[in-house]
Every structure is written in C-alpha cells, then in structure tokens.
Design a protein around this ligand. Structure first.
Ligand code: FES
Length: 269
C-alpha cells in the first residue's frame, strides 16, 4: 500500500468515546474509531462482501458488519468472526494538539492482510465433504438389524413410504434445512433465507410446491447451488408433483432473520 502524509480528519472532540466517524480520503471511504481514549482507522469496507463497516455496531474493540454480522478488530482490521476471513486495511492514526490525523497504510513492518478467523471465535470450520445435512433419513420402521423395513419412494428418496404422511409446509421447511450455505456453513432454514412455502394440491395424491427464497447478498455466488439443492431435496419428498423456486430480493435478507442456532454457529451475539 502506498504511504501518504498525515492528514487532519477531525478534532478529538468530534467523536464520542466510544464512537466512530466515516470520512473520505484519497477517494476511499474510511472509518475512524475512538475506543478507550485511543483512535483507530480502518477501510469502511467489510471483506466478506463490501458491507459498510462504519454503519455497524461498535462493541468494545470490535465492529460488526451491518450486513451479515462479521466482526473486525478496530485496532488491526483482523476478522474476528465469520463470514469474513480476510483483514480489512488498517491505517495509521496520530493525535496532536487536540486534532486527529490519519495516514493511509500501517506503520507495522508486515501489515496483516489476511488471517484465518480464530478457532475460538465461534466460527465453524469448512466441512471436508459436500455440505449437505443428514443425507440419510430417520425411519422409525426398522427391522431387527436396524435397517429400514419399508420401501422408500424412489431411488433417492429420503423418507419411507410408510411414514411419509401428508405433505405440509413444516415438512418442506424441515427438508430445506438439508441445504447448507457453502460460504457460511449454516442451513438455509436457520439462516432465514426461506420466505414462503406454498402448497398447491394437484389431485388427491400430488401437490405442487412453490418456494420463495432469498440470498444473503444479491451477488452471492452460491445462489444456483442453493436453488438447485432446494429443488432436488423438496422434489424427492413423497407426493410432490412439481417444485417452483422463485428468488426474491425484496425484502432483502438481514442478520435478524437468523435463528438463535444460526447466530450461535456464526458467533454472532
Ligand atoms: S458484507 Fe460484511 S459480513 Fe457480509
């Protein structure tokens, strides 16, 4: 990173303690933090998907991205929780005569630019196999050997014909929890990505399923995979005729749609 000269960006009293101030320098948005009487400066950019860090919640020395909840250490820019795995740039700050000055770049000999999220941060590790939850089924009608004693519905079906029962919205939503976001490693049900599950009976035996779901970000590269797996798994449920999945971005997804289980998994409190 090219070093520049110190530039005055604020008076000390312009920022409460704790507090933050977003400003622009050399055509880039930065955010100045004041915590415990000290000042720190980071790029106003979350390395997960470009979220505006300065609009997030400041908690001690950590700032939480308002989009998906990744936390960063304001002193270093290091990521502290998923889904971010890379540092955001930290800049040099000095205070003189009641004024705060910032110089782009860090004075550290080797500025950290990338760091794995610490193991104790609450983040989860990448799975070593295909991120699909519970590929088997929980059949209650087992024989003496513990094997399923009733035929399944089709080669890839996950539910026994004997315990299929009526199709319900709840059953579809449970099945959708088998679909795991490959970036966050949390199922799409607990992430709050499934907005609507609508069942439309075709006849006595068959039902069409219409699903409206969203993504954590419009640019999420996992979108086609999540839609494809959702369609595949729901389509394997007994009595399903057709599955239609509509991707919607309104209302946009936000972290408050996650269940407590998802928050725990991502280390978001
Ligand atoms: S953009 Fe910041 S956590 Fe996703």
């Amino acid at each position: 990173m090219t070093m520049t000269e110190f530039i005055r960006v604020a008076a000390v009293d312009d920022i409460s303690d704790p507090g933050k101030l977003i400003f622009e320098m050399d055509d880039r948005l930065l955010v100045l933090f004041r915590v415990g009487g000290e000042f720190y400066c980071l790029d106003d950019v979350c390395t997960h998907d470009g979220g505006p860090l300065g609009e997030g919640r400041l908690d001690g020395f950590e700032i939480a991205c308002p989009r998906h909840g990744a936390r960063f250490d304001v002193r270093t820019g290091l990521p502290k929780s998923m889904p971010a795995t890379e540092s955001t740039s930290a800049h040099t700050v000095k205070v003189e005569g009641g004024e705060v000055f910032v110089k782009l770049g860090s004075d550290e000999a080797s500025e950290p630019t990338t760091s794995a999220v610490p193991a104790n941060s609450g983040a989860v590790s990448a799975p070593t196999s295909l991120p699909v939850a519970d590929a088997g089924h929980s059949c209650q009608t087992t024989n003496a050997a513990g094997e399923c004693s009733t035929p399944t519905l089709g080669a890839n079906a996950t539910v026994c014909a004997a315990e299929a029962g009526p199709l319900s919205e709840e059953r579809v939503r449970e099945e959708l929890k088998r679909v795991i976001d490959p970036e966050l490693f949390v199922n799409i049900g607990d992430l709050g990505l499934v907005y609507v599950v609508d069942l439309q009976p075709v006849d006595e035996d068959k039902t069409n399923v219409r699903i409206e779901m969203t993504l954590t970000s419009p640019m999420c590269p996992a979108g086609p995979q999540l839609i494809g797996q959702s369609k595949q798994f729901v389509g394997q449920l007994p009595r399903v005729a057709n599955v239609e999945i509509k991707l919607v971005m309104d209302p946009p997804w936000s972290p408050d749609r996650m269940t407590d289980a998802a928050r725990d998994q991502l280390g978001i409190f």
